[in-house]
Design a protein around this ligand. Structure first.
Ligand code: NDP
Ligand code: HSE
Length: 447
């Protein structure tokens, strides 16, 4: 059920359809969306066939200084009233509440909703999609994953006739910037983080970025879209990048790899032969020849593998007010065109019942660094420990350069094995008398 659209005549006496558009939030992204809605009103009208009338902007503080100069009379603290009277609601407040209640009210009222709120969608997406489907309204969220990069619509529409097998994404700009700086300049994690904060990439409290939670929300959204089933955020295995050292980066580089924080959603078979989808976020070693290895700075990219289309990569700016506003406006125009033409909103397909696989059952490959006593027989005893766990070694590199007197550093890359066997191997290694320290454990991806 859609609201009755308002007709009016413009200043030249022409008949126009007016779509009442409410904006919730006027921060980095919202302020740019408001600016474009006002500055580009005529050209948007030509593209849509209806005029978008910005009816108001809900904020917490109507007197705050904004990034963009906007008509003061548009600002209100009464988001509920604004939503009641809208054909299109653009939610850019962030957080769970009151965003969720306001979006539900908009849907119940028959309005189309556009949001960039990945945290909300990752936690409550399924309930919101169901409400939108039941009400026949459109809920769009291109900006929620990888900012300006068109990835939601390509997966939802362009690839809907194909079968996606794997999605590998660099979907957090802050962590990619940090890891890229560590890789290209040799700087340490906390120095690179401070740099990212100064440049405005990372939040003042960067926990959601560096501990992988932001990427995990995006992974849940990508997995839900790609595999037509609901993946809850609490089923996403999540490990951040705080523990990555300059030595890990240097060792990876020496071996021909780069370390990236990847959001992974893949259709796979476990070591026990069970089929399902593994959704996980963790720092990963990628060969330097992999297309994602060339994603530098705060850029984002999503690498999609599909049965028919093969390999595809979507690349661009994953954050920032202006780039993200581009994705929001794309959704607004699309929703507005649908309102003009009529018909129900696009339905989210969630008919597949694919099992989310727990991380310990998944087949992965590890890169393990250990500091050992440098004496004869050590390598043989370690090799036999790997064999005892059924883990096969793909390559091994030994050096003494950085190690203490009488020590050597061994770096192993394993073949794919069950994650639980790999984790047990690492535990056993740590218990060996000849092993002084397990220096690092990282998964290898993209093979
Ligand atoms: P900001 O924190 O910059 O802005 C949030 C805005 O929402 C502010 O104007 C704030 O009002 C308003 N707001 C917050 N809570 C309330 C409330 N309870 N009632 C009324 N208004 C409220 O956020 P961003 O613009 O950075 O992000 C917006 C959304 O877009 C988030 O969901 C984010 O995850 C997503 N996103 C952001 C990207 C980015 O690069 N920034 C990239 C991709 C997605 P006031 O100004 O008065 O405090
Ligand atoms: N903090 C996020 C990032 C913003 O660094 O990518 C975009 O979601």
């Amino acid at each position: 059920m859609n609201r009755k659209l308002e007709d009016s005549n413009d200043e030249k006496g022409r008949h126009t359809v007016v779509l009442r558009t409410a904006l919730l939030g006027c921060g980095s992204v919202g302020s740019q969306v408001a600016r474009i809605l006002l500055e580009e009103a005529d050209s948007l009208e030509e593209r849509i066939g209806a005029r978008l009338e910005l009816t108001g902007i809900a904020v917490r503080d109507t007197n705050a200084i904004r990034d963009v100069e906007l008509p003061p009379e548009l600002f209100t603290t009464n988001a509920t009233a604004l939503v009641k009277d809208a054909d299109i609601v653009i939610e850019l407040m962030g957080g769970i509440e009151p965003a969720k209640t306001l979006i539900l009210a908009a849907i119940e009222n028959g309005a189309s909703v556009v949001t960039g709120n990945k945290a909300l969608l990752a936690q409550h997406g399924p309930a919101l999609y169901e409400k939108a489907d039941a009400a026949g309204v459109q809920l769009s969220y291109e900006a929620a994953v990888a900012g300006a990069v068109p990835i939601v619509r390509p997966i939802r529409d362009s690839l809907s006739g194909d079968k996606i097998t794997r999605v590998l994404g660099i979907v957090n700009g802050t962590t990619n910037y940090i890891l890229d700086q560590m890789d290209s300049t040799g700087v340490k994690f906390y120095d690179a983080l401070a740099d990212a904060q100064q440049l405005g990439y990372a939040e003042a409290d960067p926990t959601a970025d560096v501990d992988g939670h932001d990427a995990a929300s995006k992974a849940a959204i990508l997995a839900t879209l790609s595999f037509h089933t609901r993946f809850r955020l609490d089923r996403v295995f999540c490990e951040g990048i705080r523990h990555i050292t300059a030595e890990d980066i240097a060792a990876a580089k020496d071996a021909g790899y780069v370390i990236k924080l990847l959001a992974i959603a893949e259709r796979t078979t476990t070591g026990d032969g069970d089929e399902g989808v593994s959704v996980r976020v963790h720092p990963s070693l990628l060969r330097r020849t992999h297309p994602l290895a060339a994603v530098h700075g705060a850029f984002n990219a999503v690498f999609v593998e599909a049965e028919g289309a093969g390999e595809l990569m979507f690349y661009g700016q994953g954050a920032g007010g202006v780039p993200t506003a581009s994705a929001v406006l794309g959704d607004v125009v699309s929703a507005a065109r649908r309102l003009v033409l009529g018909g129900p909103g696009r339905t989210e397909i969630a008919s597949a019942e694919i099992r989310p696989l727990p991380i310990d059952t998944v087949m992965t490959s590890y890169a393990i660094g250990v500091e050992v006593v440098d004496e004869s027989g050590v390598l043989a005893s370690i090799a036999s420990l790997f064999a005892g766990r059924g883990v096969s070694i793909e390559s091994m590199h030994q050096s003494t350069g950085q190690s203490a007197q009488g020590s050597a550093e061994l770096r192993f890359v394993t073949h794919r094995a069950r994650e639980s066997a790999l984790a047990a191997t690492v535990r056993d290694l740590a218990d060996m008398d000849v092993v002084k320290t397990v220096i690092s454990v990282l998964r290898v991806e993209g093979e």
